[in-house]
Structure formats: C-alpha cells, structure tokens
Write a new protein. Structure first.
Length: 156
C-alpha cells in the first residue's frame, strides 16, 4: 500500500498546499483514508501527521473506514425531520448496529445522514444507492433492509 499511496500522489510531493487534493486522490483510489495512508500523505507532502488527520476528520467527504456495498443516505432536512426522520434514524441504527458514518460488520451497508435529498414530498425519505424509499415508517425501513439483504444473499 505504501507504494500505491505514494505513487498515487507523487505529483503533489513536497507541496503541502495540495493536502486536500492528495487526500481526495487517495480516497478515490482506495475508498477511504486509513491512519497508515494519512502517514504516507504526511511524509510525501512534508506536513505533520496531526495536520493530515485534522483535515481527514474535519471534512465529512473523507471516510476513515471502508464503505459498505450499499450506501444508505437518510435525509435529515426540515420536512423529513418534522415527519419523523429521528425515528427512522433510530430504527436504522438499531437494525444495522452502526451509527451514522459506520459500516455494518458484514460490509453490506454504510449509513450516512444528509441535509436534503430533494424529495420532500416523500418525507421521511432515504436512498439506498440510487433507489429512493419514501414515506418511511420503522416497519417499512425493516422491510427495505431485509429486501436488500435478501437480494445479496437469496438463502437468507
């Protein structure tokens, strides 16, 4: 991995002002930025590891763990909030066993919270990959998750 990360960002070697771009390239290549990768970026750009880690953990666009096979994005915008997104979030966290930003142990789902999905008429709403699921209730969330899990493993 050391060579791969270093190779990926070689154009930015010694250029600390390119930290965010270098991290973006690493994430594009590997899907996330691990602590080891942060160290490789710090060495290549000549910046303190603390600065790299601060950027990775400050900006929500960076993942520090691998993403799941499917990404669930739950809307927490105004319409969804008013119509029960908090109950939906609690159900997702309970069913998946992860908090926002986490990935299930089996690697099937990653859970994200977003400010708006642009489908307020379907509130509360979530997307799994590109599929929109609206007018959610805790029961409907459980059904949707079960359907996605069964599609991956019909033996379930």
């Amino acid at each position: 991995m050391a060579t791969s990360v270093t190779e990926r960002i070689k154009a930015y070697a010694g250029r600390p002002e390119e930290l965010i771009r270098a991290l973006q390239l690493v994430q594009e290549a590997f899907g996330f930025v691990s602590l080891e990768m942060e160290g490789r970026v710090a060495d290549a750009l000549g910046v303190p590891i603390g600065q790299v880690h601060g950027v990775v953990t400050f900006y929500h666009l960076f993942r520090t763990t691998p993403a799941g096979l499917h990404t669930i994005r739950l809307c927490l915008g105004t319409a969804c909030h008013v119509l029960g997104a908090d109950r939906i979030l609690a159900t997702l966290e309970e069913e998946l066993g992860v908090s926002v930003g986490g990935t299930t142990e089996d690697g099937l789902f990653s859970l994200e919270a977003v400010r708006c999905l642009g489908t307020c008429s379907l509130a509360p709403v979530m997307m799994i990959d590109e599929d929109v699921h609206g007018r959610l209730t805790p029961e409907k969330v459980r059904d949707v998750l079960r359907t996605h899990a069964e599609a991956r493993d019909p033996a379930r």
